[in-house]
Design a protein around this ligand. Structure first.
Ligand code: GDD
Length: 324
């Protein structure tokens, strides 16, 4: 039985990854922040299953800023594979919390790399990098060879973590992989990301609980995939003979406006009656057209995204209606 350690196990990707690894007969360990709900949201079904919780799924209290707690958790788990997903992941908030973002997202990755390198049997290491490292790219679509050019504090912190992962691979012989993840969504997405914000609002407006939806720049474009597809890619990245970097993306661009139209249409409402743009919600800097080329992941990992943008938004609207 392989053992995995996941930072950020309580989040969207961490919880889907835990489910995937458990289905693949792993023993799964996850770090949770002291004082957090302990995975009440997305891990509740796993925690309620007496055949799983404390049998093949274990949670350890360890903040990514606390090297001692992380070391203890890693020593107890003795993992074969480490998936580092924890970060301050909201790009907009990274302008308000610049230092905190760099500490958690940038230094947190270096801290973990250093701990992993010093373990008696260094495990394989996956770093959840981001398309935000490309910021304002000179080429489109972006792939593993595209020069980094971050324009947000979050993108800059992720660039640091990405480069450190490469340095530990090249100089310390660590089996270290960067997954350069473009946006990926699901009903488990955090509420302050734009897909979830729109889908939640649409369900609330439909049921008379909310009157309008205020958004930032609805002309912004992104390459939106589905989280369950990307988590499969994350796992595949560590199952190869040699470590490398992979772009996970769909190769298709959509506008925030497309999400608005799809989501309102799904409940039979006219978006024009409810949506308002608010200048305050525009970001000081926002990548305009991040779109990825996943050819390498397809060729080497045999990875293929299976769930479309339209299916993802429809699933998210349905989940919000059900929750209400
Ligand atoms: N959150 C949010 N809220 N975004 C808005 C809004 C709004 O009201 N209105 C417009 N947007 C625009 C943002 O300006 C951005 O251009 C786009 O919608 C997507 O925003 P988010 O959903 O917040 O995601 P993100 O692209 O900034 O970052 C996500 O994807 C990255 C991968 O590319 C995060 O998951 C990052 O952690 C991840 O690395």
């Amino acid at each position: 039985m392989k053992r995995a350690f996941i930072t950020g196990i309580e989040g969207q990707d961490g919880s889907y990854l835990a489910e995937l690894l458990l289905a693949n007969h792993y023993e799964v360990h996850g770090s949770i922040r002291p004082g957090s709900s302990g995975g009440e949201k997305h891990l509740s079904a796993l925690k309620a299953d007496p055949k799983i919780f404390q049998k093949t799924l274990f949670l350890h209290q360890a903040d990514v800023e606390d090297a001692n707690a992380l070391r203890t958790a890693l020593e107890q788990a003795a993992p074969d594979e480490v998936y580092h997903l924890a970060s301050q992941s909201h790009v907009g908030q990274s302008f308000e919390k610049v230092e905190e973002t760099c500490r958690i997202t940038g230094m947190g990755t270096l801290r973990l790399l250093e701990l992993v390198r010093k373990l008696p049997q260094p495990p394989r290491f996956f770093h959840a990098s981001s398309s935000e490292i490309f910021g304002s790219p000179e080429q489109s679509p972006q792939d593993e060879t595209t020069p980094v050019n971050p324009i947000t504090p979050y993108g800059s912190a992720k660039t640091f973590g990405t480069q450190m992962t490469r340095i530990y691979r090249r100089n310390f012989g660590l089996f270290a992989v960067n997954g350069i993840l473009f946006n990926h969504e699901s009903p488990r997405r955090g509420e302050n990301f734009v897909t979830r914000k729109i889908c939640r609002a649409v369900a609330a407006i439909k049921s008379g609980k909310q009157k309008e939806l205020t958004l930032g720049d609805t002309s912004a474009q992104r390459d939106w995939g589905n989280a369950r597809d990307y988590v499969r890619g994350i796992w595949l990245g560590l199952q190869q003979q040699t470590p490398d970097d992979y772009v996970f993306a769909t190769g298709r661009l959509h506008r925030v406006q497309d999400i608005v139209e799809l989501a309102f249409e799904a409940v039979g409402l006219d978006w024009q009656k409810y949506v308002r743009q608010e200048k305050q919600l525009f970001r000081p800097a926002d990548p305009r057209q991040l779109v990825g080329n996943p050819a390498k992941a397809k060729r080497i990992l045999g990875w293929e995204p299976q769930i479309s943008f339209e299916q993802t938004i429809a699933e998210m609207v349905q989940a919000e209606l059900k929750a209400i």
